[in-house]
Design a protein. Structure first.
Length: 205
């Protein structure tokens, strides 16, 4: 277990068909944990086939593994954000999503949570790129964890590493790209630019 600190063009006059897929940058293997308490860990979701911008897109839902040392506590804060500049993102909301299924403090019972976009407390409409992450309320560097957290994958897949960390909160917040991981956090999106095949969801036995 590692630790991490810190389309197709439509003819003129035609409307391109919309494509709905789940964008997944992780390979399904939990190989790292967020460890900086209070920091947001997530993925930057962007690009269709061949690097074509996704354009106007709709986030429909998102999915993730949730770990918590207590069977009673089933909530975790999520932050949705837009691109702002090289060192900051514009966080739309930071909201506690409750009623999550717990994979256990040592990931002993992995279960995938699927949450509708409405749970983020903001519109699901984005343009080209969006950031989605969850607070780290864990500071343990190995199992068992000591609070709420999502998992991270350090194996590169598809379009490469899209992980980032950010300051929690809303409005302009500092962020940094993190080449060492992808969050095990997937986004189901609808866009007129086709989602890359290598980023479609897939199963891990």
């Amino acid at each position: 277990m590692a630790t991490v600190g810190s389309g197709h063009t439509a003819p003129a006059g035609a409307v391109a068909p919309e494509d709905t897929q789940t964008m997944q940058y992780d390979d399904g293997a939990l190989t790292a944990l967020p460890t900086v308490f209070g920091q947001v860990y997530g993925n930057r979701f962007s690009q269709g086939i061949g690097g074509v911008p996704l354009g106007a897109l709709t986030l429909n839902s998102f999915s993730f593994y949730f770990m918590e040392d207590s069977a009673v506590d089933t909530g975790l804060f999520f932050q949705a954000a837009d691109t702002l500049n090289a060192t900051s993102i514009s966080a739309r909301a930071s909201i506690n999503i409750v009623g999550l299924m717990n994979s256990g403090p040592s990931f002993s019972a992995p279960v995938l949570n699927v949450v509708a976009q409405a749970g983020l407390g903001t519109t699901g409409m984005f343009n080209d790129t969006f950031f989605l992450g969850a607070w780290c309320l864990n500071s343990a560097t190995m199992f068992p964890i000591n609070n709420e957290v999502i998992g991270l994958a350090t194996n590169v897949r598809g379009e490469g590493n899209r992980g980032y960390t950010a300051v929690s909160g809303v409005g302009a917040v500092a962020f940094a790209a993190q080449p060492g991981f992808n969050a095990i956090l997937r986004a189901n999106v609808t866009s007129q630019a086709l989602v890359p095949v290598e980023l479609m969801s897939f199963g891990i036995d």
